[in-house]
Design a protein. Structure first.
Lengths: 275, 459
């Protein structure tokens, strides 16, 4: 029962081989083959590591987010909390859009980074500054980023922001221990984005946005353990996704986001995005 | 050799060497170089300003994150096609008329590649990390394909420019042109060339090999440039024909580039005897054919998107054909495509003046075409918000103008040091002609040019 539900709810989180040939595996095969001849083995090892589909056989949590559009009232507390916690200045790593769903209802749509399993940003990065950690979260190494902004052009969710000028860092940030999980201080000329609060989940805490949401609309959990919580309740992830007709944004693009949305009004009235 | 041959050889040498002599340029030349250098210096200042203040001083933003720099990059890499590719194809097909213009074409390639590649650095948020592209290379990224492909093309083009230059450098060395400093340069670079049969044989063979090798490399360059866009999911970029579309566009704008440069040097260096109206007509025909091809690709691209009217593509097309980007698009379509094709097709306007006019229009149009490829696909809303806006600042304008000035400056300096006409190849052309005249029936020999590459030592 459990396993069945999980497959129904999250069919695409399985490996590429089960889905047939994907764009990623195709390009991967061609260019890894070409690259193996020319590039240092170390680089190949890393590229191979990043390109392998994240699967649930990993022995570590695979983080995912579920956003309940029925509960979101557009207060933007999530955005503010995120901005304060990460000193992002004007950047909105989780941005709240006001849109109409298919049924014509006004819906507020919070958009964090989708942490796609077939992440276009990760595929195009020339230096591997965008990478996936063992929890399946897409992160940016700001000490590696060269500021080419190819990832921004590639992201179909517009989830990335650029530090165009000197970023506003909090006092003392200069001495902070930079990690891609907690990217402070921010650096001029590099790309920033939501990183699922990787620094919090390592401590067993929810992302800042989920903690701040007064409606408890943001659920965060583990695909592997099939569990998700919004801070008040803890439920089975696959059950939540199937019973509430969960969907992902721009599913047709094949990016396989790790963020699901629960329709707000009516049964399954989705938000359809312009592109 | 006859007296007339000696005569015209002397005239050719004089034409090729005169601009290279010390003090050959006078005040005008110095003003030109100084003016261009000033513009370039201003551009470098703007870039330093940008590096110290961040890309915030540009009009770029989170929505339209690429702008003038990427447009310039595609434009100059496009121009670079002309040279080497056209020169290689003309060599391979033994088009005799190529001889006086191959050097100019090959120079365009090298200079345009240098300027084009520098536009990428101008676009980078962290130019101090440029070396990461090699140190942490990720071959999965189309940018790496560009680095490899353009890198190969730069190396190949330099070699392909240099090889046919060797006999000419020997002529300059032997003629004692250029004083102490350049004399040394010529004698070092001419590799003890004496023109003996063995040297000629090796050179002809090396040039032949390079001409073959450089063609697929050139095609790969603009293919992977297009894939920077074609490998994303964005409307307008998410296209399967982007590779060939860009390659054709590159050759199109590249030939226009050759025609403009040819016209300038023909006039400034008094090369009317060698670069004739016929050259403009031949290249004009090529330009027309490529223009028609480009129009065909443009039609394919927009017709297939416009018929289906998928939401994203429809939004983009609306903006491109009728909306905010329509002026640029239609300028390209009318003045960059239709008008030049008509000018080149009508016999009455097939004169140097009109062919050059057509070429200038093509270059303007193709810059704008690249602009409407890069910007609208970024400005289009991919999430529920308004269209992105892009207003380039003085920094971007300065760097862009400086890029064109740098192109001219490097070219001018190049033309001050090296002959812009391949002297030995033009002479070889005369020998081919004479050989053909001596034979009873030209139809009996395979091709005059073919014999040229076989004949080791004609005299």
């Amino acid at each position: 029962m459990n396993e069945q539900l999980e497959r129904d709810a999250a069919p695409d989180t399985t490996t590429d081989t089960e889905n047939g040939v994907s764009r990623r595996s195709f390009i991967g095969k061609v260019f890894i083959a070409a690259g193996a001849v020319t590039l240092a083995p170390k680089t190949i090892a890393f590229a191979d590591d990043v390109m392998n589909p994240t699967d649930l056989d990993e022995d570590v949590p695979q983080w995912a987010m579920v956003i309940d559009l029925g509960r979101c009232d557009g207060c933007k507390e999530c955005t503010t909390a995120c901005q304060e916690a990460h000193s992002t200045g004007d950047q909105e790593w989780i941005k709240v859009f006001e849109v109409e769903d298919e049924a014509g209802n006004t819906v507020f749509l919070p958009r964090p980074c989708m942490s796609c399993e077939n992440a276009p940003c990760l595929n195009v990065c020339p230096v591997g500054a965008t990478f996936r950690n063992e929890n399946g979260t897409v992160l940016v190494d700001h000490e590696r980023c060269i500021g080419c902004r190819f990832c921004m052009a590639a992201c179909p969710y517009d989830a990335r922001s650029f530090n165009w000028g000197e970023p506003v860092n909090p006092p003392g940030a200069t001495f902070a221990d930079y990690t891609p999980e907690l990217p402070v201080p921010h650096r001029k000329g590099t790309v920033d984005k939501c990183m699922f609060c990787a620094h919090n989940s390592a401590e067993g805490e929810l992302p800042e946005c989920a903690q701040a949401c007064p409606m408890s609309a943001i659920w965060f959990g583990d695909l592997k353990a099939d569990v998700v919580t919004n801070g008040l309740e803890t439920v089975q992830l696959s059950w939540l996704l199937t019973t509430r007709n969960a969907y992902r944004l721009k599913e047709e693009l094949g990016t396989r986001p790790r963020v699901w949305y629960l329709p707000g009004h009516g049964e399954g009235a989705k938000v359809v995005l312009p592109q | 050799m006859s007296a007339t041959t000696d005569d015209r050889r002397e005239r050719l040498l004089e034409r090729a060497e005169a601009p290279l002599r010390p003090h050959a340029w006078g005040v005008k030349g110095r003003l030109l170089v100084g003016g261009l250098a000033l513009v370039v210096a201003w551009g470098i200042f703007a870039w330093i300003w940008q590096v110290s203040h961040g890309l915030a001083v540009t009009g770029l933003n989170d929505h339209v994150s690429w702008g003038f720099y990427l447009t310039n990059f595609v434009f100059f890499i496009g121009i670079s096609h002309a040279g080497t590719l056209v020169s290689a194809i003309l060599r391979l097909t033994h088009a005799e008329w190529r001889r006086p213009i191959t050097r100019l074409a090959e120079m365009i390639t090298v200079v345009a590649l240098i300027v084009g590649a520098s536009m990428v650095v101008a676009d980078m948020g962290r130019p101090d990390r440029l070396q990461f592209v090699l140190l942490h290379a990720h071959l999965r990224s189309p940018i790496l394909w560009d680095v490899l492909s353009i890198g190969t093309y730069v190396a190949g083009s330099l070699l392909y420019l240099y090889l046919p230059l060797v006999p000419d450098l020997a002529i300059l060395r032997d003629g004692g042109i250029g004083g102490k400093w350049r004399g040394r340069l010529y004698s070092a670079l001419s590799l003890r060339w004496q023109g003996v049969p063995e040297q000629r044989r090796l050179l002809v063979r090396a040039i032949g090999v390079m001409a073959v090798v450089i063609v697929p490399v050139a095609v790969s360059v603009h293919t992977v440039v297009s894939w920077i866009f074609g490998m994303t999911l964005r409307s307008g970029w998410n296209s399967t024909i982007f590779g060939p579309y860009f390659v054709v566009g590159a050759i199109f704008s590249g030939i226009a580039g050759i025609i403009v440069v040819m016209a300038i040097f023909r006039r400034a260096y008094h090369l009317q005897e060698y670069i004739t109206e016929q050259h403009f007509k031949y290249l004009g025909s090529l330009l027309m054919v490529l223009g028609i091809l480009y129009a065909y690709f443009t039609l394919s691209e927009y017709a297939t998107a416009g018929f289906k009217m998928e939401v994203g593509e429809a939004t983009l097309l609306q903006a491109l054909l009728l909306g905010q980007y329509a002026p640029y698009f239609w300028f390209f379509a009318i003045f960059g495509l239709i008008v030049p094709i008509v000018l080149l097709a009508v016999p009455r306007t097939r004169t140097v003046k009109w062919i050059v006019t057509a070429a200038v229009l093509v270059n303007l149009g193709m810059w704008l075409k690249r602009f409407v490829i890069v910007i609208p696909s970024l400005a289009i809303p991919v999430m529920p918000y308004e269209w992105g806006t892009y207003r380039p600042t003085w920094v971007e304008w300065s760097i862009t103008v400086a890029a064109f000035a740098a192109f001219a400056l490097v070219f001018v300096i190049f033309a001050r040091v090296f002959p812009v006409i391949s002297v030995w190849e033009v002479e070889e052309g005369w020998e081919v002609e004479e050989a053909a005249e001596r034979r009873p029936s030209p139809a009996a020999v395979p091709s005059p040019a073919l014999t040229a590459s076989i004949v080791e030592e004609p005299s």
